[in-house]
Ligand binder design. Structure first.
Ligand SMILES: Nc1ncnc2c1ncn2[C@@H]1O[C@H](COP(=O)(O)OP(=O)(O)OP(=O)(O)O)[C@@H](O)[C@H]1O
Ligand SMILES: [Mg+2]
Length: 448
């Protein structure tokens, strides 16, 4: 277009050409103004979404603490802010996109007409002016298109920034040794660990467990038990020291070999909103017999049998929600359908009544010959027959040995055990007192 214009009239072309750098300037300025507004808008949208999902997931907590008002105010203030940011974006777009370019091209048109009037009709013919006006439209139209695309690009860049942050995060690295775990031996050598690189969570852990043995981890809340379990599972890379499973370094295993060799029942198991069967098999090739066998082992078979469509019953959402104890039993069933070489139980029976727990313990005891079991428990009575007990305190191994040896040491384990024994004893006495009170009340009311 510019070449054609130049051939027709160099003077008028100069007027039109001034338009182009002006538009570039406007574009640059628009980008600077709008990118911060777009970023704010994206950030606010994220906050709105997280407050919304937090409010729905934590509904019972919000109601329990009477926080409805505060949460709805927080939500309202965020949506108000988002609204005003969006208005700001609309204003910026309203000024900079079409209207400003239109204004500029209008001005160019006026200048053309003025020059035309000034220089007189001998210099520039009416036909040339007409050609210029139509050419001008063809130059500015793409510029306007460009500006509008720029606004889309701006949004995409802001959204992309956030996505790339996530996509560029370092992926967990596994080794390339795909051989299955040969034995359940665990060897931990001078292991140190910290989540943030500053606070030490585990300090110089050394332990050796042979296949078929029973290792128990005890210690106060926050002493690092679950962290040690996560490291054994390979959830975090080992920073200093080493962990070997079945005689091979943990880092050498492929993801598949590691996950089929070692399994864990976590403190707060997650239930998928899917059928009961899918929640046990989790996509693995497992027959129904195996599923039932596992459910039988963890004492859930009777419960599933009375569900409307048995294994096909959807759980997680809707009418059927599992209790905390049932969730733990389900999590146990998950790991028992495919027998791992090493099984880690993190407070896996904490929410289960003592009757059921006893049955689960029996099922686990039957499995003990074929796998190594690592148990994290607060109730010391459940780990009294462990081959090896490790007492953690602020990430340090304070004592280790078996139940008898640790009691004989009269250290922290002994203290914890004494406390629990005393409490159990007191509870028994209280129970007995309450019963005798009740019987005396009924006998006195009978005599009355
Ligand atoms: N993902 C994490 N990021 C940062 N710090 C963490 C993380 N998980 C745990 N911690 C910290 O590490 C320490 C040990 O936590 P850990 O969960 O291992 O304790 P625990 O012994 O399992 O306690 P509990 O008996 O309550 O389950 C705690 O101080 C905790 O705050
Ligand atoms: Mg824990």
């Amino acid at each position: 277009m510019l070449t054609a214009m130049y051939l027709l009239s160099p003077i008028l072309t100069v007027v039109v050409a001034i338009l182009i750098p002006t538009v570039v300037l406007v574009m640059y300025y628009y980008q600077r103004r709008s990118s911060s507004a777009y970023r704010d808008s994206r950030d606010l949208l994220t906050d709105i979404n997280s407050v919304m999902s937090e409010s729905i997931q934590g509904m019972s907590l919000i109601q329990l603490m009477g926080q409805e008002q505060r949460f709805s105010e927080r939500f309202a203030s965020l949506t108000d802010l988002h609204f005003s940011t969006e208005v700001k974006i609309v204003k910026i777009n309203g000024i900079f996109l079409r209207p400003l370019i239109d204004l500029l091209s209008g001005m160019a048109l006026l200048s053309l007409a003025a020059i035309f009037g000034w220089t007189g009709s001998e210099v520039i013919g009416v036909g040339v002016l007409y050609a210029f006006i139509s050419y001008l439209g063809r130059v500015t139209e793409p510029l306007i298109e460009l500006m509008q695309r720029l606004s889309l690009l701006q949004q995409a860049i802001m959204a992309g920034e956030r996505l790339f942050e996530l996509m560029d995060a370092k992926a967990h690295e596994y080794g390339d040794d795909d051989r299955a775990l040969a034995s359940g031996d665990i060897a931990i050598n001078s292991l140190h660990f910290s989540y943030d690189g500053k606070t030490k969570v585990l300090n110089d852990i050394n332990v050796e467990v042979k296949e078929g043995e029973f290792l128990a981890l005890v210690g106060h809340t926050g002493s690092g038990k679950s962290t040690l379990a996560s490291l054994l599972m390979g959830f975090y890379p080992v920073q200093t020291g080493e962990i070997a499973l079945g005689g091979r370094a943990l880092s050498s295993f492929t993801q598949r070999a590691l996950r089929s060799g070692i399994a864990m029942v976590q403190q707060d198991p997650h239930v998928l909103s899917d059928t009961f069967r899918e929640n046990v098999t989790l996509g693995r090739q497992v027959s129904d017999e195996q599923v039932w066998e596992a459910l039988e082992r963890v004492d859930l078979a009777d419960y599933v049998n009375q569900l409307p469509s048995k294994l096909e019953t959807p759980i997680g959402v809707g009418e059927i929600a599992l209790s905390a104890g049932q969730k733990q039993l389900l999590a146990l069933a998950r790991v028992l359908v495919e027998k791992p070489k090493i099984l880690i139980l993190d407070e896996a029976t904490a929410n289960i009544d003592s009757g059921t727990e006893e049955r689960v313990q029996k099922a686990l005891a039957a499995l003990r010959q074929s796998m190594t079991i690592v148990v994290i428990a607060h109730r010391l009575s459940t780990i009294a027959d462990a081959d090896h007990i490790m007492v953690l305190h602020h990430g340090n191994v304070e004592e280790q040995g078996n139940h008898q040896a640790l009691l004989a040491q009269k250290g922290r384990y002994w203290q914890m055990y004494q406390l629990q024994q005393t409490r159990a004893h007191l509870e028994e006495i209280e129970h007995a007192c309450a019963e005798s009170d009740q019987s005396s009340v009924t006998s006195s009311s009978l005599t009355e």
